[in-house]
Design a protein around this ligand. Structure first.
Ligand code: GLU
Length: 284
C-alpha cells in the first residue's frame, strides 16, 4: 500500500511537472515567433521536408535525414537560434505543403517548393534559394520521348499538387495520360515495370533517382528545360519578421560558401549541374 501511495505521488508530481512545462511555453508546435524573440524558450522548430527525394530531402531507414534541403533547413534553423537537435523534421508531401503551414503544423517548409502566385495566395515564401527546371525521366532504352509533345498519348506519372503535373495538364502535353500519385516512389516503380512511360518533375529530383544505386542503368533524363522552378522556403502568410530573418539566413549561407558546399555534397554525386544561387526577391 505504501509502495502504491509513493507511486501515485510520483505520478501526480510528474503530471504537475508536465503542466508546468506546458505553461512555461514548451510546446510540440512550432513556437509562434520562430524562437527568434529575445528570451523566448527555444525548444524546437518543426520543419517540413520531403522524405523520399535522394540528394534533396531523404529520410533513411536508420531515421536520419539528408539532402540539400535538409542542409538549408539546418542552416536557417541555426540562424533562428535552433541547434540541429532542436529540429523536428516532418514529412511535407507536395499537395499538403500549404495546409501544413496554414495550420501551424510546421514553421517552415523546405521541400523543393516552387514559388508561384497560386501558392502565394495561401503562404509566403523566403528566397528563392535554388533554381531547378522541369524535365522527364524515361527508361534508359527509350527513344520515343525526346520532347514534351511526345508525351501526348503516352502514360505519364507525376505527383499530385506539384507544378509539374499542372504544367503538363495546362500546356506541355494536355493529351498525355497523366497519373498523379501522392509521392514519387510509385512513379518510379511504374516506370520500371512499364505501367508508365515517363516521370516528370524537377531535374534536381530526377537526377537523384537516376543516380540511386538500385536504379543505376535503368533510367535517363531527357535533358529538357520545360520550366523554371525557383525554390522558396514556405512560411505563414503575413509573417514578415520570419520572412526577413529567413532571407537573411539564406543570403549568409550563400555568402559564407556553405550553400555551394551543400550543393556539391548533395547534388554532385548524381552529376547534377546546379544553376548559381538565385537573387533573393521575396518580400522586397
Ligand atoms: N518544385 C515543384 C513543386 O513545388 C515540383 C517538385 C515537388 O513536387 O516538390 O511543385
Amino acid at each position: 500500500m505504501k509502495v502504491f501511495k509513493a507511486g501515485a505521488a510520483a505520478a501526480v508530481a510528474a503530471v504537475l511537472a508536465l503542466t508546468a512545462t506546458a505553461c512555461g511555453g514548451s510546446s510540440d508546435k512550432a513556437s509562434s515567433d520562430g524562437g527568434a524573440s529575445a528570451g523566448a524558450k527555444k525548444d524546437k522548430i518543426v520543419i517540413g521536408i520531403k522524405f523520399d527525394q535522394p540528394g534533396l530531402g531523404l529520410k533513411t531507414p536508420d531515421g536520419k535525414y539528408s539532402g540539400f534541403d535538409v542542409d538549408v533547413a539546418t542552416y536557417v534553423a541555426k540562424e533562428l537560434g535552433y541547434q540541429p537537435d532542436q529540429i523536428e523534421f516532418k514529412q511535407a508531401v507536395s499537395a499538403e505543403r500549404e495546409n501544413l503551414i496554414a495550420n501551424g503544423d510546421v514553421k517552415l517548409v523546405v521541400a523543393t517548393y516552387t514559388i508561384n502566385d497560386k501558392r502565394k495566395a495561401k503562404v509566403d515564401f523566403a528566397g528563392p534559394y535554388f533554381l531547378a527546371h522541369q524535365d522527364l525521366l524515361v527508361r534508359a532504352d527509350d527513344t520515343s520521348i525526346t520532347k514534351a509533345e511526345d508525351l501526348n498519348k503516352k502514360k505519364l506519372c507525376s505527383v499530385a499538387g506539384s507544378t509539374s503535373a499542372q504544367n503538363v495538364k495546362t500546356k506541355l502535353a494536355p493529351e498525355a495520360d497523366l497519373k498523379e500519385n501522392p509521392g514519387y516512389s510509385e512513379c518510379l516503380t511504374g516506370l520500371e515495370n512499364k505501367a508508365v512511360d515517363a516521370l516528370t518533375t524537377d531535374n534536381s529530383i530526377l537526377a537523384g533517382y537516376a543516380a540511386q544505386e538500385k536504379n543505376k542503368g535503368k533510367f535517363k533524363l531527357a535533358g529538357l528545360n520545360l520550366s523554371n522552378e525557383p525554390y522558396g522556403i514556405g512560411l505563414k502568410k503575413g509573417d514578415k519578421d520570419l520572412q526577413t530573418k529567413v532571407n537573411a539566413a539564406l543570403k549568409k549561407m550563400v555568402d559564407d560558401g556553405s550553400w555551394q558546399k551543400a550543393v556539391d555534397a548533395n547534388l554532385g554525386p548524381a552529376g547534377y549541374k546546379a544553376e548559381p544561387a538565385p537573387q533573393i526577391t521575396e518580400g522586397s
